[in-house]
Design a protein around this ligand. Sequence first.
Ligand code: BGC
Length: 511
Amino acid sequence: MKTIKVIFPLLGFCALLSLLPIGGKVRTDLWTSDFPDQNNYQFPDNFLWGAASAAQHIEHQQPSDWTSFERTVIAEGRTSTNPRPGYAIPGHINNLDAYPALVRLKKTNYDEMFDHDFSIAQTLGHNSHRFSISWARLFPRKGMVRPDKRGLAFYNEIFASLKAHNIQPLVSLFHFSTPDWFWEEKDGKRGWERDDAIHHFEMFVTAVVEAFGQHVSIWTTLNEPMTYVFNGYMEGIFPPLEQRDILGVAPVVAKLLEAHSRAYEIVHADASKRSKEVLVGIAKHTRAFEPLRTWAPLDRLSAATIDQAFIWDFLDAIQSGVMKLVNTDFELEIPQLKGTQDYVGINYYGRFYVESKLLDPTNPKIHFYDPKISDEVRSDLDWAIYPHGFYQVLVAAHKRYGKPIYVLENGLADLKGNDKRRQQFLVTHLREIWNAINHAGADIRGYMHWSFIDNFEWAEGFTARFGLIKTEYDSEFKRVPRPSAYLYQDIIRSNGISSEVWNSYHKPHMD
Ligand code: BGC
């Protein structure tokens, strides 16, 4: 009785609060945006159509921090799977020991098969391809001041093969893995926090642009810096496997911003020597953060805070030159950072729901899907699929910065043989790009699906399958295009989505 007496007024109070203009994020019931249907969704001329990958995902193991982690995990038997899909156990790589040593070493065997891969990409109509250059491959040993010749030769062949297949390269410089020696302690600091970290990164970037600058017009300095910081320094599921609080990670975020601004300058200096036009930016991981309970004002406010902290703080810092951390009084001016983004790179994977805790308001719970919606469409990692959120993120980025946008990642883990979810994902998300261009005036210039082939998915090991193309993990490493690869081919061929394609694939289902 006593509880009821307390709960009813509390619920009433919350209901009342939810009517007030308290702000924060609201939750929508839309799955896709509700603009009127078209006969044809035609994309701009010269739109870049491709897919993405990164070195540690696909290349033979190099002496990187991730390779060390992968080997330690095997040596120490840390390969347990969390019963909740999508939640890695800190210090473990999901089921890694189930894959043969050859697969762990060669990943997708891209080193021996990239030419074959690019010929498949060409047949499928791709005119562009995003990949990263491995810092550990160019600077495998401590103290090197010139890049490794074999490393350079490897990427020279990659660029030559892309050219031969008429595929434009989009290159990332940092995509989560770093040389292992970078983590040796120097003056009590490791990795990005070492005093010489920026100097080493500059050496790597300089070597890359000197060797390959003539081939590349679109550069990504950093891939998903906040994902890296969150997973590596807060959750402890990526190297360096640490668990700090938000202020504890501020020095790392500041270093990454500095690394970005230095790389921006080095790439531009090289391009102007070559009288070449380049676009330089970062790839930002975005999500639609929405309140789990729209009636709960604290959920709405927490969703807005997380949205700002996780998505916009980093991009805002590049735009203004001043790093701020939402809800803290942290403020730091980073020299030469202001305005160093020529485009905004968007990676988008779906909706997360934010549930605040009354007694612990600064530590809300994030749900990958809404437990109350039994038929919500989810990926194999349990991430809720939400095309309309993609539209919102693209439009927000456009309004905030007014820059060209490249979608550098968008995809889902889907191992089911019928590939229905991936096809539905592809069509619905591409239509949101069309909507953002045509209904909001966003200047979106390309789409890189994540990923081209199944690959090593970080703490999820080889279990999460993101590929348009299936990789068979045995000694042959055979590539088998999934139905979505052919659907994408049709879309690329017509440079748009026909109403037939839209009608066949847009309805939400969990097939
Ligand atoms: C990363 C990729 C990753 C993908 C799917 C992004 O966070 O940039 O490396 O594989 O998401 O999890």
